[in-house]
Design a protein around this ligand. Structure first.
Ligand SMILES: Nc1nc2c(c(=O)[nH]1)N[C@H]1C(S)=C(S)[C@@H](COP(=O)(O)O)O[C@H]1N2
Ligand SMILES: [Mo]
Length: 220
């Protein structure tokens, strides 16, 4: 085989690798919008599986007994049965998961009710600048109102076309893709709109109050 052929093949490989990097946005640094170009936040690595993280307790909630309260500082507090929840407008999203324990999982397909549709239903008062999630396992977590009121936030009951499994927070969990995944409450039972911020389970145990993965806000 001629030397030139080998060289040609090596070059082709190099070009392909560089093309892939370009597609992935690799080697882009120092740009103000880096977070939107680069897909993997700092200090994260991609996984193909979906790890399970919880407090060692996975509540088993029958859909018939399940209720979701959306209340606090709102004009029209609601307590929804599963049937009523499914009767709300349905939304599908695709988003990445970024866990503070350094794994990220791309392209998760969710189905559920958009946070914005729940907000429209209960009409939070202007003073309600915080949202506190309460779960069936006793877990709580907090976000600013505008974090919940984003177009990619979904209250999900399906993942990849299947009912959300119990281990991943079924029947219904929150998904807030732009923040570390501990902000996405599994087994959600109450969404509370509040004037005051109320740091949740991990937030009072040293995790960052905001938790933006692009700013690597892991710990406080
Ligand atoms: N109710 C509840 N929600 C929770 C948790 C929990 O322990 N209880 N753990 C949080 C953490 S730390 C992470 S990383 C994700 C994990 O979700 P997963 O098990 O579906 O990957 O759920 C978050 N939501
Ligand atoms: Mo986590």
């Amino acid at each position: 085989m001629a030397e030139g052929d080998d060289e040609g093949r090596i070059k082709q490989k190099l070009i392909e690798t560089k093309q892939k990097w370009a597609r992935d946005g690799r080697l882009l640094t120092g740009m103000p919008d880096e977070g939107h170009v680069q897909r993997l936040p700092p200090g994260q690595r991609e996984v193909k599986n979906w790890p399970v993280l919880d407090l060692g307790l996975q509540p088993d909630i029958d859909k018939g007994d399940w209720r979701l309260a959306v209340d606090g500082l709102v004009e029209l507090p609601a307590t929804l049965s599963y049937e009523q929840f499914l009767a709300l407008p349905q939304t599908e999203t695709v988003s990445d998961i970024h866990c503070v324990t350094q794994w990220s999982r791309y392209d998760n397909h969710w189905k559920g009710v958009a946070a914005r549709d729940l907000i429209a239903l209960v009409r939070p008062k202007a003073e309600a600048q915080h949202v506190i999630f309460h779960s069936y396992d006793g877990y709580t977590t907090n976000v600013a109102r505008d974090v919940f009121d984003a177009d990619d936030v979904i209250v999900a009951y399906q993942w990849e076309g299947q009912p959300l499994t119990r281990e991943h927070g079924g029947p219904v969990r929150i998904v807030i893709p732009r923040f570390y995944f501990w902000k996405s409450a599994k087994w959600v039972k109450r969404i509370e709109f509040s004037r005051d911020d109320k740091p949740g389970f991990w937030e009072v145990r040293g995790y960052h109050n905001v938790g933006d993965p692009w700013k690597e806000e892991r710990y406080s």
